[in-house]
Write a protein that binds this ligand. Structure first.
Ligand code: AQP
Length: 333
């Protein structure tokens, strides 16, 4: 069976962006049943920027709780903790030797995250996309559902697969396709409609966390940046209004309707009212997920068991694949 793989970093708490852009899509893929589905807490990626050990442990478990609470079934999908499957790092090294410095230097996430002081960034942050290629190709995954921001990294994954296949004269790794679909491929900051909503944004009010309570959600939407004009009747009229557009997108994604359908219903409405409706909708959708996450987090040992079991299942696939890669490369075993 063809495989779907995707990962999320335990580099903070889950945001509405991760939920709408990634997790809900993962659940759809699982429920469709057309592919074997693997989802990974990518803790090795998280430490490319500083993480305190206690926070990393907490965030890894909470991320797993988020997957489970959103509908990922650890029987039907394989839930992996990246560091528990050593083949990720091992194939990552091989890919460090396949990928070129120039390719990595062109990655926009590297440029954004290393900022003005690239000299002080970790070597891991620079190599991150090669490890990500290893995450995906270790399972010979054909499709990777991601948000818009990850498109460039999936293209790099194809380049690495193609170069490996070419250099060693094999047809071993598939050329993976990104799957970026729906209205929620890029949820923006509530404080700046041109910037991605992100778990590591220092401005707390810029994002909705899955663990936020109803009052916090309502307050964050109320204070979200907008302009004074009422809602327009058509998508084209949202041009030049990125903040409003973002709120309408979120509303549409939460309701599972198109932006057009939402605007047809809400045209002419005041943003104050719309923000209130949006908060009510978000609370009704996220409340049960957040409650279930809190319940699961009361038994961290059970979460650890689920991750250990998932990682063991993953290794049934990853160990033979890595062995083949070592043979292709010429490692003596
Ligand atoms: N704002 C977003 N809108 C839609 N999708 C998003 N994703 C992240 N933010 C949005 C998708 O969530 C998945 C996991 O992302 P990640 O944790 O690996 O890293 P990221 O993309 O860098 O996400 P963050 O929240 O911005 O984390 P930090 O702040 O640590 O960098 C991916 O599929 C991503 O596309």
């Amino acid at each position: 069976t063809p495989r779907i793989f995707s990962g999320i970093q335990p580099s903070g708490g889950l945001t509405l962006g991760n939920y709408l852009g990634a997790i809900t899509k993962f659940v759809d893929w699982q429920d469709r049943g057309t592919h074997e589905t693997l989802f990974c807490m990518v803790d090795l990626h998280a430490i490319t920027v500083p993480q305190t050990p206690d926070a990393l442990r907490h965030n890894t478990r909470e991320l797993c709780a988020g997957f489970l609470a959103s509908g990922i079934d650890p029987e039907r999908s394989i839930l992996i903790n990246q560091s528990q499957v050593p083949e990720h790092a091992q194939l990552g090294w091989i890919f460090n030797c396949v990928a070129r410095m120039g390719w990595m230097g062109r990655m926009t996430q590297w440029k954004d995250k290393s900022g003005k002081n690239a000299e002080a960034a970790s070597l891991g942050l620079f190599a991150y996309p090669a490890l990500m290629a290893a995450d995906i190709l270790l399972y010979k995954s054909t499709h990777v559902p991601v948000g818009e921001d990850q498109k460039q990294h999936i293209e790099l994954t194809r380049d690495i697969a193609a170069k490996f296949n070419h250099d060693y004269g094999v047809d071993f790794f598939p050329l993976t396709e990104p799957v970026i679909e729906g209205t929620a491929t890029r949820i923006m900051s509530l404080k700046d409609g041109t910037k991605k909503m992100s778990k590591s944004d220092p401005v707390e009010a810029s994002r909705i966390n899955l663990t936020d309570d109803a009052d916090t959600i309502a307050k964050k939407f109320r204070k979200a940046k907008t302009d004074p004009d009422p809602l327009p009747g058509a998508v084209e009229d949202l041009e030049g209004r990125p903040d409003v557009r973002n709120l309408v997108n979120i509303y549409a994604a939460l309701e599972g309707r198109s932006v057009d359908a939402v605007l047809t219903e809400k045209a002419g409405g005041q943003l104050g009212h719309f923000k209130q409706d949006l908060a009510d909708l978000a609370v009704s959708k996220l409340g049960p997920v957040s409650m279930e996450m809190a319940r699961l987090m009361r038994d961290p040992a059970e979460i650890d068991r689920i991750l250990t079991r998932g990682s063991e299942r993953a290794r049934e696939i990853s160990v033979p694949v890595l062995r083949e890669v070592y043979d292709i490369v010429g490692m003596v075993r």
